[in-house]
Ligand binder design. Structure first.
Ligand code: ADP
Ligand code: MG
Length: 489
């Protein structure tokens, strides 16, 4: 690894929110410091918004619905989204650097995320003028047709693990369909969403169409999901917070999309291409240090290949050195001390419950990064399905291995949690793979490549992983309402 050791913080990072196209500080005057989790140093600050600030943002978004934005043709909306994609790409290196500084993720991952964010704008730009309704044949004396109208003000509550890409994933289809938006990024990682607000204005988006407020969950996210003028809330985050958001949105009958956690299995059958399976498993659990809702956090392996898989995974995990994301370390820090404590707590409890730690299992010290929050890549061996670590989302670099004796048992173990976000399988037997796809209760099935797909493939959960779909054309369903017009002629 080349140690560039250039961890400098870019100049002129945003310090204000964007409401009605204007830079705005919090009414209460407070600010939140944002931290580089690899070093612990402060890299910037943004406003600590409260309910009054939220109200101001939603009011702007509501007014913008009736303003200039309403007169844009769908093609003109699409052109702004294309321009946004181009401007994101033009600023990609800066955005990636800021994302790495704020979230800790390796710069190659941040670069990938920024490109994906641009990709969302490009993808939904192309659909803006193709969202058309139906005509309904009622016989010669009637004419009936449907209109796809924007739902109104959409709220987007964003997690810290994929800051810009999650913002883009919601905002791009919302704008394509003619809505306005208020975005609340996570309090740990708000800078790139603020930078996006400025990019959208430069791309020609009218003021007030996309507003970004920064603040904490209860004091800013809460009032946003509770605001009576918000028509739809797109939420990505924890199950507990998702339930709260859904309850608050219910008070004013807003619709919600909830993308919550996962405990996703990666099944490896005895006939699998083990090289591909090892590579897939390592990426599934160590991408972004396991802080991924769709992480493959359980390996469900058939007994004949169990020992081989273990040897290769342990070797793979031990080869992952920890370091600063800007040095493109194989593995970066976790997001915060709180997250580190949470991950360490799960593993310590597992150890206390006599679960064997095949590798890792401890907080890691990294030379030169003593203020960072690092956890060693960890593999827990032969974990029973009812163990806490096999049931609850850890959100860290911790893989649980579960051994099975048949493809049927693999399906039942895959289904053995309250979550249903993703399930992966490695096998050369197409029938077994498709049986698995049929019988596993999850929103996405990955066959022979974990994280297969991308912008165009619908994403969302079943069970406690939530409902509603993002990405692909399926995401648009959240952002338009069907109005049916019927005439007696
Ligand atoms: P975590 O526990 O990892 O921070 P959360 O699900 O709590 O995950 O956070 C995801 C997003 O939800 C963040 O933007 C956070 O600020 C926001 N949030 C947290 N609590 C609430 C709440 N009560 N209402 C609305 N949003 C919230
Ligand atoms: Mg941070």
């Amino acid at each position: 690894m080349t140690q560039t050791r250039d961890w400098s913080i870019p100049q002129d990072l945003p310090e204000t929110m964007v409401i009605g196209g204007e830079p705005v500080t919090a009414g209460g005057g407070g600010a939140i410091e944002t931290i580089d989790p690899a070093t612990g140093r402060i890299i910037g600050r943004f406003p600590d918004a409260d309910a009054n600030d939220v109200d101001r943002a939603v009011t702007n978004a509501k007014q913008a619905l009736q303003g200039e934005w309403r007169s844009f043709t769908p093609a003109a909306r699409g052109r702004i989204l294309y321009q946004t994609a181009a401007l994101i790409r033009a600023d990609a290196e800066l955005l990636a650097r800021v994302e790495t500084l704020e979230s800790g993720k390796p710069i190659r991952e941040a670069r990938g995320d920024i490109e994906t964010a641009a990709g969302y704008f490009e993808y939904y730009a192309g659909i803006a003028d193709k969202l058309q309704g139906d005509t309904i044949p009622l016989g010669p004396d009637y004419m009936s047709f449907t209109l796809h109208e924007p739902v109104g003000v959409t709220a987007h509550i964003i997690p810290w693990n994929f800051p810009l890409v999650t913002t883009a994933r919601g905002v791009a289809p919302a704008l394509a369909a003619g809505n306005t938006a208020v975005v609340k990024p996570a309090e740990q990682t708000s800078l790139t969403s603020l930078m996006l607000a400025e990019i959208l204005l430069r791309a020609g988006l009218p003021a007030g169409v996309c507003n970004i407020i920064t603040g904490f969950g209860p004091s800013a996210g809460g009032p946003l999901s509770a605001h009576p003028d918000v028509a739809h809330v797109t939420f990505t985050g924890s199950v507990v917070t998702g339930k709260t958001v859904m309850q608050t949105a219910a008070e004013h009958v807003a619709s919600v999309t909830l993308e919550l956690g996962g405990k996703s299995p990666v099944v490896v059958l005895a006939d699998a291409d083990l090289e591909a399976a090892v590579e897939g498993c390592l990426k599934a659990i160590y991408l972004n240090a396991g802080q991924v809702c769709s992480a493959g956090s359980r390996l469900v392996v058939e007994r004949p290949v169990y020992a081989q898989m273990m040897d290769r995974l342990v070797a793979g995990a031990e080869a992952l050195t920890l370091g600063h994301g800007l040095d493109d370390a194989p593995l970066g820090p976790l997001i915060s001390q709180q997250q580190l404590d949470r991950v360490a707590g799960y593993v310590d409890n597992a150890r206390a419950a006599s679960i064997s730690v095949a590798t890792g299992g401890h907080v890691a010290e990294v030379e030169g990064l003593e203020g960072g929050v690092f956890y060693a890549p960890t593999i827990l061996d032969d974990v029973a399905t009812d163990a806490i670590v096999a049931q609850e989302e850890i959100f860290g670099p911790v893989l649980c291995v579960q051994v099975v004796d048949s493809p049927e048992e693999a399906i039942s173990v895959a289904n053995s949690t309250e979550f249903g976000l993703v399930a992966g399988i490695y096998t050369r037997d197409v029938t077994r793979a498709l049986n698995f796809a049929r019988d596993v209760d999850a929103g996405q099935i990955f066959i022979n490549q974990y994280f297969a797909g991308g912008i165009a493939t619908p994403f969302g959960g079943t069970k406690n992983s939530g409902f509603g779909r993002e990405k692909g054309l399926a995401a648009l369903a959240s952002y338009y309402q069907v109005k049916c017009v019927t005439a007696r002629i």
